[in-house]
Design a protein around this ligand. Structure first.
Ligand SMILES: C[S@@+](CC[C@H](N)C(=O)[O-])C[C@H]1O[C@@H](n2cnc3c(N)ncnc32)[C@H](O)[C@@H]1O
Length: 436
């Protein structure tokens, strides 16, 4: 039933709506004469009593008061924090087959929008629960001095104080309680901060950002915490300032396709080991299908600490470009151990993308840009003679835009692999292989 009009362009404060589809953030969307209404926690086909909660883009945000007709694909969410407090997951209430089909369709849709509807799209690899090895947690001092530690609440700056998490590795979840207790006692955390937890082969790695200074007694507290919980390194920064090692009891290490690297504090890691393996396999399969010349050089753009560079080096000499100085240093140190087949180069590819004359030296370009995509770099690739491009994406919207530019320049998408590393979230990674 469509909501009744009160005045043109305005909706009743409460109305029953039917969910037509899911939006890109994973919210149910009801199409109404007054525009789309977005309802978190609802599913396609459901009839929902909604309370309007204010404008959202072209439409309205609303709160679901009652699910009057539930989807047959609705399931009980495993996590007690889901939607009630925590905004990290959006889709725990959806049966896996329907969820997986929706996510895979995001990649199909991106390829259609890029003018490549016939591209073969593989089945989606879905990371298992409790395997995510990277968490960027928010910290907030509450009234009375208590500490909230968790992900942000949906559409809010409030922090969900988490007792558990069904996506993170249990080794990281086990740190929630002692870390919260430690931070409660630390004056360096005045009002708010963050804690990046990376699970490395050497154990958890912690980067704390606080809004107050860290004195010697607090450094001693961090050192004792690291020893007690098997955390070889705890790094610290004042807000967004420079990062320093506040307590280091031993080396940090992570194996990347047989090369041991020492990731810098807070380093970007592919979110789940299973997801990383699937992305590497898809990149290598994409290259194999293109029959590169034996001596081909490969450019790995947005290389991070070398997650893709080291496996790629089995196929040719790799020039790995990355903008972050600490990541480049870690990649360079790993490359020296790997026998000189990987060269690490620091370069900001948004301000100084590789130009056609540079790109033409490569038999293939692999790029794995951040969420915003790689508009500047792709514009240069379209003017080059590079025959093969493998695009690793974490944002189907940016992928559709960048893929359209490649297609316009004569590339064809020959294969696509969706990878779900952020289970139950709307995020999707994909690997798309292009050739001219
Ligand atoms: C999605 S991560 C991929 C990293 C790596 N390929 C991996 O699989 O671990 C994107 C990387 O791009 C880097 N980056 C972001 N903006 C950049 C820019 N303008 N120029 C160069 N690198 C950039 C980030 O530091 C990050 O390491």
């Amino acid at each position: 039933m469509a909501p009744h009009r009160t005045q043109p362009g305005a909706m009743q404060p409460e109305a029953e709506v039917t969910i037509a589809r899911l939006g890109s953030a994973g919210d149910g969307v009801a199409e109404t004469p007054e525009g789309p209404v977005f309802l978190a926690g609802t599913l396609p086909g459901e009839r929902v009593l909604a309370r309007m909660a204010g404008r959202r883009g072209e439409g309205q945000a609303a709160e679901p008061l009652e699910i009057r007709a539930a989807s047959p694909d609705r399931v009980a969410p495993p996590c007690p924090h889901f939607l009630v407090e925590c905004g990290a997951c959006a889709l725990q209430h959806w049966a896996m087959p329907a969820y997986a089909a929706w996510k895979r369709a995001r990649l199909v849709d991106a390829l259609e929008r890029a003018g490549q509807p016939a591209t073969p799209v593989a089945e989606m690899v879905i990371a298992a629960p409790n395997t995510r090895r990277r968490a960027d947690l928010a910290l907030k001092r509450l009234q009375g001095g208590a500490m909230a530690l968790g992900f942000h609440q949906r559409g809010s700056a409030a922090v969900a104080d988490l007792a558990t998490c069904h996506v993170l590795d249990p080794v990281l979840v086990a740190l929630f309680r002692p870390l919260r207790e430690l931070l409660r006692r630390m004056p360096a955390l005045k009002r708010e901060g963050s804690a990046v937890l990376n699970l490395l082969d050497s154990g958890p790695d912690l980067l704390l950002r606080t809004d107050g200074p860290l004195d010697a007694p607090q450094r001693a507290m961090l050192a004792a915490f690291g020893t007690a919980h098997g955390i070889p390194r705890i790094a610290w920064a004042l807000k967004d300032g420079p990062v320093e090692n506040a307590a280091q009891a031993g080396p940090v290490r992570l194996d990347l396709s047989g090369v041991s690297v020492a990731p810098p504090p807070g380093a970007f890691l592919q979110a789940a080991p299973e997801g990383e393996a699937a992305i590497i396999a898809a990149v290598l399969a994409g290259l194999s299908a293109q029959k590169l010349p034996v001596r081909a050089r490969i450019a790995d753009l947005y290389a991070g600490i070398g997650t893709l560079s080291f496996p790629l080096s089995a196929r040719g000499r790799v020039a790995a470009y990355e903008g972050d100085a600490a990541a480049v240093a870690a990649l360079d140190a790993g490359a020296r151990k790997a026998g000189g087949r990987v060269e690490a180069i620091r370069r900001d590819l948004a301000y100084r993308p590789l130009l056609p004359a540079e790109l033409n030296a490569f038999g293939a370009v692999v790029l794995d840009p951040p969420y915003a995509g790689a508009a500047e770099q792709v514009a240069q690739i379209t003017r080059s003679k590079v025959p093969v491009v493998i695009y690793v994406s974490c944002n189907p919207v940016a992928l559709a835009r960048d893929a359209a530019a490649l297609v316009k320049a004569g590339f064809k998408a020959v294969s696509a692999v969706p990878v779900d590393q952020f289970r139950w979230s709307p995020h999707l990674e994909s690997v798309v292989s292009f050739r001219r």
